[in-house]
Design a protein around this ligand. Structure first.
Ligand SMILES: C[S@@+](CC[C@H](N)C(=O)[O-])C[C@H]1O[C@@H](n2cnc3c(N)ncnc32)[C@H](O)[C@@H]1O
Length: 304
């Protein structure tokens, strides 16, 4: 219900036929604001289109507006001690293990990593907003089993997560390292040093403009692809995520589950963000329940 595809694609067609989509930008400094204001406008126009389509569509829009929030998760609260934020991502890591989420995410990513590995060894992967690094570790293990040489940098904005991640990487002897990085500024990332930029279960922590910046930065830094994985925007997950998160009996983590599910992007919104960031529509957005997968090819993989 919350994907609002009929009204959304009709709105996008109208904007495209008026030459307004995707909006053009030339300086990266413009991109964040341009994307945020376009998304705002798209949502307003979609409401008008829904009114033309009939009461059922307006009803879905009203539910969407009731559900949508821009509240921040507790785990993003900068006033909290790092240790508490680390505890939140540890709880998420336990939930991901329990629901076999990492297996699912690795299944989705390994074909692309294998393809990149045919052109370049090792495949260099940068995970943004990696939290505990559970996915990074799972991918490194999978690649080792598959005989694909990888080097993975897991990044996050919380120093305690970086220290803990590096401690575990040494212990587990995997080709993984952790570094402090703001996901949308790529400061200090060497151009040409990354093949695949990855972000999982975190897209909803960022504004449309910040996500567009990430994709544009990945392209500027010479990556072959950007992949974003996140929860599928749906009423089922708005009930289901806090329910599963609640099994650990941690109040704030349960509430974060609810906030997150209310913020998940719809497929069409990710479509819009990728189109603005790249100026093209060569990306794919798909559903691999319970996840939405955004795959943005940025350039053909090249050899060393
Ligand atoms: C929901 S957690 C996801 C963690 C991990 N990807 C996972 O699936 O377990 C969101 C993560 O985004 C990080 N984060 C929030 N703002 C960030 C920023 N500006 N740059 C980098 N990481 C950020 C948080 O510290 C947190 O670890």
């Amino acid at each position: 219900m919350l994907q609002l595809e009929t009204a959304g694609y009709k709105t996008l067609d109208q904007l495209r036929s008026r030459g307004e989509f995707p909006p053009r930008w030339s300086k990266i400094e413009e991109l964040e604001r341009l994307t945020d204001s376009f998304m705002e406008r798209f949502r307003q126009e979609r409401f008008e289109v829904s009114k033309e389509l009939g009461p059922g569509f307006v009803f879905s829009e009203l539910i969407e507006q009731m559900v949508r929030t821009s509240e921040r998760e507790h785990m993003d609260d900068e006033t909290k001690p790092d240790g508490e934020r680390l505890e939140s991502v540890r709880a998420l890591d336990r939930m991901n293990r329990m629901t076999l989420a990492y297996e699912h995410q690795c299944d989705l990513l390994m074909p692309l990593i294998g393809e990149l590995g045919r052109a370049r060894k090792p495949v260099s992967i940068l995970e943004l907003a990696a939290g505990s690094g559970g996915l990074t570790f799972a991918l490194a293990e999978r690649a080792r089993k598959a005989g694909i040489e990888v080097r993975i940098i897991a990044s996050d904005i919380v120093p305690a997560m970086i220290d803990e991640g590096n401690r575990q990487a040494t212990e587990r002897n995997l080709p993984v390292s952790f570094r402090l990085l703001n996901a949308f500024d790529f400061e200090g990332v060497e151009p040409g040093s990354v093949d695949l930029v990855l972000i999982s279960q975190s897209l909803h922590h960022f504004t449309p403009g910040q996500l567009a910046l990430m994709i544009a930065q990945a392209k500027r830094h010479g990556a072959s692809a950007f992949v974003g994985l996140d929860g599928f925007r749906s009423l089922l997950l708005i009930g289901g995520v806090p329910l599963v998160a609640g099994l650990q009996g941690i109040g704030e983590f349960t509430l974060d589950g609810l906030t997150s599910a209310r913020k998940f992007y719809s497929g069409i919104e990710l479509d819009i963000i990728a189109a603005i960031a790249t100026g093209k529509e060569a990306h794919q957005v798909s559903c691999s329940w319970p996840m939405t997968v955004l795959h943005v090819p940025l350039k053909p993989p090249t050899g060393p």
